[in-house]
Design a protein around this ligand. Structure first.
Ligand SMILES: [Zn+2]
Length: 292
């Protein structure tokens, strides 16, 4: 009997620990994607606790299905940030299912006034990330006015760190603007635009993104671009590839066209700024290669 009792008390204690509210002074933030989560953590510092949902680099975010634990996280959150533009349609469903009147919700697509047909990979446009950062910081300051000054100075530090990214972009733009490039998916689209690159094969990329079979004419055009070496690099989505995309990757390698791997979500252990700079460095190396 005593043993049963102690077992029960142990269980009760565990339950109490599991249900204990987080320290009251920490804002509970949920980010649908880990690059927004990274932004929230950079801007919120020790005053926020961030949980990101899409973190697995092995998983195609376009095909993600949310779980019960995700719904529980959202129920407790004071601030939620997600992308929108059908990139994370599960988020809207979950937010509706787990109603919470005090919760604030930021949608990146709304903040940057994206149109419904725009490329959903908004975080590849640094100017959009700046808009999201400003909105996040504003929310932190409203929800937790006691730490307003700390949030404001972290926003300044973030904006300062983004200048390294914009100067890299303008240097590369002056070297490479106008060069034709292609991709298996439009993941790098906004950055390619910022660099002034001429992106080809949009139709093929949309099919891969939507996980549909690409049109024969789109496949023929892309294969011809590779075979005739009409493009200087291939951006390959190393996170969300399928058979058609991998075939294209092989063709590019066979034609000695540099393949630049890009990912949907933030690799572990990196901040957004470093991630973008690393991918730009890889692209710079690819574009700098003399065509044999
Ligand atoms: Zn994608």
């Amino acid at each position: 009997m005593r043993q049963t009792f102690s077992l029960l008390s142990a269980l009760a204690l565990l339950l109490a620990l599991a249900c204990a509210p987080a320290r009251a002074q920490e804002l509970q933030v949920v980010a649908a994607e880990n690059f927004y989560g990274d932004l929230a953590q950079q801007l919120g510092g020790p005053q926020v606790r961030v949980a990101s949902i899409l973190v697995n680099p092995e998983q195609d975010p376009h095909l993600f299905e949310a779980s019960v634990s995700t719904a529980r996280l959202l129920k407790q959150a004071q601030l939620v940030v997600y992308n929108g533009l059908h990139y994370d349609p599960w988020m809207e469903k979950l937010l509706k299912a787990a109603q919470s009147p005090q919760r604030k919700v930021l949608i990146a697509a709304d903040l940057v006034q994206a149109r419904s047909t725009d490329n959903p990979h908004l975080w590849y446009q640094p100017a959009y990330m700046v808009s999201v950062a400003k909105a996040l910081s504003q929310q932190f300051q409203t929800l937790d006015p006691a730490h307003s000054a700390a949030y404001a100075s972290r926003l300044d530090a973030f904006l300062q760190s983004m200048t390294a990214l914009s100067s890299r972009i303008s240097t590369m733009k002056s070297k490479y603007a106008g060069l034709p490039v292609t991709a298996t998916e439009p993941v790098f689209g906004y950055m390619a635009e910022a660099l002034g690159l001429q992106m080809r094969n949009a139709g093929f990329q949309l099919s891969i993104m939507n996980d549909t079979e690409p049109r024969v004419s789109d496949v023929i055009q892309l294969e011809q671009d590779l075979r005739t070496r009409s493009v200087r690099v291939l951006f390959f989505n190393s996170q969300a590839s399928n058979r058609a995309a991998r075939k294209i990757q092989k063709l590019a390698l066979a034609a000695h066209i540099p393949v630049v791997g890009v990912t949907e979500t933030l690799p572990a252990g990196k901040h957004y700024q470093d991630w973008m700079l690393d991918q730009l460095a890889a692209l710079d190396a690819g574009l700098a290669k003399d065509r044999p």
